[in-house]
Design a protein around this ligand. Structure first.
Ligand code: NAP
Ligand code: MG
Length: 402
C-alpha cells in the first residue's frame, strides 16, 4: 500500500452521541485512517463527557476551532427532561451547537448532496441550493404581550443620554390584541453579511439575499443597506474577478425565483425565513441523511457537520443487536469538507485529492445502486440494493481505489 498522506496542522474533532457516534468511528476506521496520517485535536462532546466536565469540553472545543480554523463535529444530543433521567444529568446542558455558534459568531450554511436516482421534488433543481440562516435576533429574541381592549401600545427607546423617543404602535379600540417587540444589531447583521460573502467567494457561487424592505422600511431595509454597503466596499472586486453575482430582491420574489431556478447559489435568509425555508428545501431535496451543514465565522473559522441529529431510533435498534441502515453520507461529507479546508489552508494537494476521491466514491456507491434504507425508499434506480450501516461504509471503502 502507498504511504499514508501527511498533515501539517490538526483538525478539531468533536465527537458526539448515539448512532452518529457509531458511524463516526466506522468512517474514521474504514475510510480515513488507512489512507491518512490523521492529525486531530480530539474533544469528546458525547453527553456523558459534557456532563462530567460541566459542559466545559464544548467551550474548549469551540476555542480550539478558533485557534486551528477547521473543525468537524458529530451530531450531539441536546438534552430535554427525558435525557436528564436517561443520562442522570447534573444540569440540562444547552445545545452544543448553540454554544459553539455563540463563541464563533458564525452563520450556518446547509447544502444537499445531489446524486442520480434521488430526484428533488422540484424538477428544475439540478444543482444544490445552499441556505444561510441568520441565527440571531428578530422573532427568536422577541418580547411579546397579550393586551386588553382599550390599551395603547407604544414603542419607547431611551438613548444613552436619557433622551426618549416614543412612537404609537396601536390603540386597541373595541378589541383586545397582541404586540411584539423585536430587535437586531448592526454588528450581528454585518457578521452575517461577511460570512455569506466569504462563503460565496469560497464556493464560487452567486449570493441571493431577500427581505421585505418595501413594507419594513427601517428594520428590513437596514439589512438590505448593510449587505449592499459591505458588498460595494469589500466584495465587489472579488465577485467580479470570479464572475459571480450578488443579487438582492424582495422575499416573495425570491421564493418564486427559487422554485423555477436550477439551483447552484447561496440563499441568505433572515432568521425566520431561514428556519422555514431550510426545512422546505431539505425536504424537497430528499433525505436528511444527504444534507450537510457548515458553520462559517466572519473571521473564516469553518466547522463542518451533518445537518441531521443523532438518529436515536436507529441507535436503540443497534443497542438491541438489530440490523440498522443509517445513512452516513452527510457525516462523511462533513469529514471531507474539513479535510479539504485543512488541505487548502496548509497547501496539501494530496489531502485535498483524497477528500475529493472519498466524495466521488460515496456518490458512485449510491449511483451504482448500493444504498441505505432512507435512499432505497426514494431512489428511482431500477437496480438498487438496501444495505446495512457498516456494509454501506465498507462498500464505499471498496470503491475508494487508491
Ligand atoms: P434525527 O436524529 O435527525 O432523526 C430523525 C429521523 O430522521 C430519524 O429517526 C430517521 O428517520 C431520519 N434520519 C435522520 N438522519 C438520518 C440518517 N443519517 N440516516 C437515516 N435516517 C435518518 O432527529 P431527532 O430524532 O429529532 O433527534 C435525535 C437527537 O439528535 C436529539 O437528541 C436531538 O437533540 C439531536 N439533534 C442534534 C443535532 C446536531 O447535533 N446538529 C441536530 C438535530 C437533532 P426514521 O426513524 O424514520 O428512519
Ligand atoms: Mg425549522
Amino acid at each position: 500500500m502507498a504511504e499514508k498522506i501527511k498533515m501539517t496542522n490538526p483538525i478539531v474533532e468533536m465527537d458526539g452521541d448515539e448512532m452518529t457516534r457509531v458511524i463516526w468511528k466506522m468512517i474514521k476506521d474504514i475510510l480515513i485512517l488507512p489512507f491518512v496520517n490523521l492529525k486531530t485535536e480530539y474533544y469528546d462532546l458525547g453527553l456523558e463527557n459534557r456532563n462530567t466536565t460541566g459542559d466545559q469540553v464544548t467551550v474548549d472545543s469551540a476555542n480550539a476551532a478558533k485557534k486551528f480554523g477547521v473543525a468537524v463535529k458529530c451530531a450531539t444530543i441536546t438534552p430535554n427532561a427525558q435525557r436528564m433521567d436517561e443520562y442522570n444529568l447534573k444540569e440540562m446542558w444547552k445545545s452544543p451547537n448553540g454554544t459553539i455558534r455563540a463563541i464563533l459568531d458564525g452563520t450556518v450554511f446547509r447544502a444537499p448532496i445531489i446524486v442520480n436516482g434521488i430526484n428533488p421534488l422540484v424538477p428544475t433543481w439540478t444543482k444544490p441550493i445552499t441556505i444561510a440562516r441568520h441565527a440571531y435576533g428578530d422573532v427568536y429574541k422577541n418580547t411579546e404581550m397579550l393586551v386588553d381592549e382599550g390599551a395603547r401600545a407604544e414603542l419607547l427607546v431611551t438613548n444613552k443620554n436619557g433622551n426618549v423617543t416614543k412612537q404609537l404602535i396601536h390603540e386597541f379600540k373595541g378589541t383586545a390584541g397582541i404586540v411584539q417587540g423585536q430587535h437586531n444589531t448592526q454588528k450581528s447583521i454585518e457578521s452575517f453579511a461577511r460570512s455569506c460573502f466569504n462563503f460565496s467567494v469560497d464556493t464560487k457561487q452567486d449570493l441571493w439575499f431577500a427581505t421585505k424592505d418595501t413594507i419594513s422600511k427601517k428594520y428590513d431595509h437596514r439589512f438590505k443597506d448593510i449587505f449592499a454597503q459591505i458588498y460595494e466596499t469589500e466584495y465587489k472586486g472579488k465577485f467580479g474577478a470570479l464572475g459571480i453575482e450578488y443579487f438582492y430582491t424582495l422575499i416573495d420574489d425570491a421564493v418564486a425565483r427559487v422554485m423555477r431556478s436550477a439551483g447552484g447559489y447561496i440563499w441568505a435568509c433572515k432568521n425566520y425565513d431561514g428556519d422555514v425555508m431550510s426545512d422546505m428545501v431539505a425536504t424537497a431535496f430528499g433525505s436528511l441523511g444527504m444534507m450537510t451543514s457548515v458553520l462559517v465565522s466572519p473571521e473564516g473559522v469553518y466547522e463542518f457537520e451533518a445537518a441531521h441529529g443523532t438518529v436515536t431510533r436507529h441507535y436503540y435498534k443497534y443497542l438491541n443487536g438489530e440490523k440498522t441502515s443509517t445513512n452516513s453520507v452527510a457525516t462523511i461529507f462533513a469529514w471531507t469538507g474539513a479535510l479539504k479546508k485543512r488541505a487548502e489552508l496548509d497547501g496539501l494537494p494530496e489531502l485535498s485529492d483524497f477528500a475529493e476521491k472519498l466524495e466521488q466514491a460515496t456518490i458512485f456507491t449510491i449511483e451504482n445502486g448500493v444504498m441505505t434504507g432512507d435512499l432505497y425508499a426514494i431512489s428511482t434506480l431500477a437496480d438498487k440494493k438496501k444495505v446495512g450501516t457498516e456494509e454501506f461504509i465498507k462498500e464505499i471503502g471498496k470503491n475508494l481505489n487508491i
